[in-house]
Design a protein around this ligand. Structure first.
Ligand SMILES: NCc1[nH]cc(CCC(=O)O)c1CC(=O)O
Length: 306
């Protein structure tokens, strides 16, 4: 039976506002491009129910595995993930069918003022070692507090006065309609985003060639090149989404320009490097840059915890 005979395509998604919003965006783009109706199927993942800090429950895969299980069981046709939540390793039987055009990949400070204007010792919340390390490098005096929960919950801690500010992904804030909370968008020179941040991933079963072709209609090749370079850095450094690794790849005069940094969690040191190459060589570009970081002592920096 071909895809066209099955009725609406079933899109597996997490149930948070951010997830359903980005899934609906993809659904609409697919319907527009192919004429196929798409229906959202909400799935609860381990990352949605666990109260542990992401770094403690292992990070990689907690938002993703339940969706992949539904794909493999044939209960949904494809899934939409935030690409930065996807582990870098391949998943058996699963294909990355498309990476749509990327949203703003940068991090944003949400609070009453810009980072430089926060008072000494201000309490700033984030659960990500990458953001912790870079915040401490920028403002060693801050009290950086570990938090988790969805973006709305984190913003509420600022509104309630429990925290002075939080750092969140600009793309996610836009998707939940909360750009009003943004006081400052960090330039990648100040804070390098997580590999794949701001980008979405469409996955389906690897044996569904019909679906792979259909989903490929919303793929953006330059986004794929950028996130491939970024995620290859992370893979070579053997870090998950909770590693203190920041990356940023973008098209500059038809070349792919990649910057990556590894930071000590206490903010005391950072190793940062850049490289350029052809977008077709994105993986090689990422691999070479990661090896240059390792040659400068990146693995030792990442091993340090406080
Ligand atoms: N860690 C959870 C997560 N996964 C994707 C996003 C934001 C949206 C994106 O990067 O595409 C977020 C929230 C955040 O980091 O602020």
């Amino acid at each position: 039976m071909s895809t066209a005979d099955r009725g609406p395509l079933r899109l597996g998604t997490r149930k948070s506002l951010m997830a359903t919003t980005q899934s609906q965006l993809v659904a609409d783009a697919l319907t527009e491009a192919t004429g196929h109706a798409v229906e959202l199927v909400g799935v609860t993942t381990e990352g949605d129910v666990s109260k542990a800090l992401l770094a403690q429950i292992g990070g990689t895969g907690v938002f993703v595995n339940a969706l992949r299980d539904r794909l493999l069981a044939g209960e949904v046709d494809f899934a939409v993930h935030s690409l930065k939540d996807l582990p870098t390793g391949p998943a058996d039987g699963i294909a990355l069918a498309a990476t749509p055009a990327r949203d703003d990949p940068r991090d944003a400070l949400c609070g009453p003022c810009k980072l430089a204007d926060l008072p000494r010792g201000a309490r700033v919340g984030t659960g990500s070692p990458r953001r912790v390390a870079q915040l401490r490098a920028l403002r060693p005096d801050l009290d950086v507090v570990a938090i988790r929960g969805n973006a709305d919950t984190r913003l509420r801690k600022v509104a309630d006065g429990e925290l002075d500010a939080v750092v969140l992904a600009h793309a996610g804030l836009r998707r939940i309609g909360r750009l009003d909370a943004v006081a400052e968008v960090f330039d990648p020179d100040q804070m390098l985003p997580a590999p794949g941040q701001g980008s979405l991933a469409l996955e389906c079963r690897a044996d569904r060639d019909d679906l792979r072709a259909l989903l490929g209609t919303v793929d953006d090749p330059m986004t794929r090149a950028c996130v491939t370079a970024e995620r290859t850095v992370l893979a070579v450094l053997e870090g998950g989404c909770s590693a203190p690794v920041g990356t940023y790849a973008a098209e500059v005069e038809e070349e792919l320009h990649l910057t990556a940094a590894v930071a000590a969690i206490d903010g005391s040191r950072q190793i940062r490097m850049s490289a350029s190459g052809h977008p077709d060589d994105a993986e090689q570009l990422g691999r070479d840059l990661a090896h240059r970081l390792l040659a400068q002592g990146a693995d030792q920096l990442m091993g340090e915890r406080d």
